[in-house]
Design a protein around this ligand. Structure first.
Ligand code: BG6
Length: 482
């Protein structure tokens, strides 16, 4: 049954994600009157605090991470927070959470939403503790933050443990990219317009590029990141979700099952990647925005084979996409922060203008962050008398989303996802079969790295990654969009 939760239980409440995203998002939703005024939020982590101390901690996080013009409701929000320290490895301690939450009612306006943002090693004991405390039955749903395992086997283990306590329709796996307005806009653009769909196939599209470039380095996540690397940290989840949204067939509705059925078909159709279709890199000292930054090995204080950059060529083996490469690249400490998708169309089959039109195929550039915009490059005539023949040039038709929707409030991904979790809308969450298809493909890539003993190539911080990544595209006559 669908219900709107009137209790929220937040695991990992002292962690980085809670400070940066969860508390600010909840506070913003609360200030805008979007959550039930009676929503009771119980926060938990291992560290010993009482509620008063935790509220002080939350206040500091909100002052740091919530924009100044959105801090109006902080005092009221803090009063909603309750804290209980729990060692997730001690199932007996979970009783305290049950007591702090109070009885969980049933009916459409009562229930518990749990948000689990802890180390993967704590997932299983946490589920066991929740079961023991009777916090899994009835109107209870659970949101799981990544990483959901480190490979298919460990992901299945986590999924099995969660499935033991919750049916799939009450499990909300988070990929925060799906909470981004611009990512959802991909669906609106593809399926809300008649223009693109007839061209959205191998007959008209030459290739697709997906770039998720970051300027940040290791930040405070040394141990986690070195055990993960760019392929598992970014490609396995966010980039494959973007690819699936670009490549999926039109679902029959925006309903969770319809959308996820189509995404999973794409993920299952991904062809195994050949060793010469992937390049990995690791950053060395360089400069970002004029400031000198250390290399990965210097930040880590030891040598490592973990990749901080990956570029690869993916293929979706189905009728629509046969022969259309999807070039994916992501990395830390790159030239600039940008997430974008470029759909490069094929040239016209015959140019009535002689040279020119066929050299300038159309492109659709979808900027996801930091700028949200859509640019369609069109071919136009260069003004002139054309005594030497018509000259053509590409011109951009550009829509900046913030300008197109002035006066609307653009919310960060976790506001949307937390609200959907509380109110029980699963469309923007990832289903088990999607996660497993993602891991199956990633495991195959990692297996070839192990076989080939592939080591990441060094690249200078502030660049676009190793030159081999440029060559990966160039040898197909493709230039990365920069
Ligand atoms: C996270 C990764 O999932 O996404 C981080 O673990 C990465 O390494 C982050 O920095 C990027 O998210 P965004 O929203 O800043 O693009």
């Amino acid at each position: 049954m669908s219900f709107t939760a009137d209790r929220l239980l937040l695991f990992g409440a002292t962690g980085d994600l809670a400070q940066r995203m969860l508390l600010p998002s909840l506070c913003a939703l609360d200030a805008d009157g979007l959550v039930d005024p009676n929503l009771r939020i119980v926060c938990t982590a291992r560290s010993e605090h009482d509620t008063h101390e935790y509220r002080q901690f939350a206040r500091a996080a909100l002052e740091k991470f919530l924009p100044a013009d959105r801090r109006g409701g902080v005092a009221t929000f803090l009063n909603r927070l309750h804290y209980e320290s729990v060692d997730a490895n001690q199932p007996d301690e979970f009783g305290k959470l049950g007591a702090a939450l109070g009885p969980i009612g049933d009916g459409p306006d009562h229930g518990l939403a749990i948000f689990l943002s802890t180390a993967p090693s704590l997932f299983e004991p946490t589920i066991a503790g929740l079961e023991q405390a009777g916090l899994t039955k009835g109107n209870v749903r659970i949101g799981l933050e990544k990483p959901l395992g480190t490979d298919l086997a460990s992901s299945c283990e986590i999924n099995d443990a969660v499935a033991h306590a919750f049916p799939e329709e009450r499990i909300f796996r988070i990929d925060h990219y799906l909470g981004k307005e611009t990512v959802q806009n991909l669906l609106a653009m593809r399926f809300g317009n008649i223009l693109f769909e007839p061209l959205w196939n191998a007959a008209h599209i030459d290739h697709v590029q997906i770039t998720v470039a970051e300027t940040v380095g290791l930040e405070s996540r040394v141990d986690f990141y070195d055990g993960a690397g760019a392929l598992r940290d970014m490609v396995q989840n966010h980039m494959l979700q973007l690819l699936a949204l670009v490549a999926m067939e039109p679902p029959s509705s925006f309903d969770a099952t319809a959308v996820r059925d189509e995404k999973v078909k794409v993920l299952r159709a991904l062809r195994p990647v050949a060793p010469n279709e992937v390049v990995t890199g690791q950053y060395r000292a360089g400069a970002i925005d004029g400031a000198v930054v250390p290399g990965y090995d210097e930040e880590l204080k030891r040598d490592s084979d973990t990749e901080t950059f990956v570029a690869l060529k993916a293929h979706v083996d189905n009728w629509r996409w046969q022969g259309v490469p999807f070039y994916l690249r992501t990395g830390k400490r790159l030239f600039k922060r940008t997430t974008e998708i470029l759909v490069r169309f094929r040239p016209v089959p015959h140019s009535i203008f002689g040279r020119g039109a066929t050299d300038n195929p159309n492109g659709l550039l979808i900027g996801i962050q930091p700028e949200e915009n859509i640019t369609l490059s069109l071919v136009a005539k260069v003004p002139g008398l054309d005594r030497d023949g018509v000259r053509l040039r590409k011109v951009p038709l550009k829509i900046a989303m913030p300008d197109a929707f002035t006066g609307t409030h653009r919310r960060i991904a976790y506001e949307r996802l937390l609200l959907d979790l509380i109110e029980g809308r699963p469309t923007l969450f990832v289903r088990r079969d999607e996660v497993e298809a993602q891991w199956r493909w990633i495991d195959q890539i990692r297996a070839t790295w192990a076989e080939e003993d592939l080591k990441p190539k060094p690249y200078t911080a502030g660049s676009w990654g190793p030159s081999a990544a440029i060559a990966l595209a160039e040898r197909d006559g493709v230039t990365w969009h920069e």
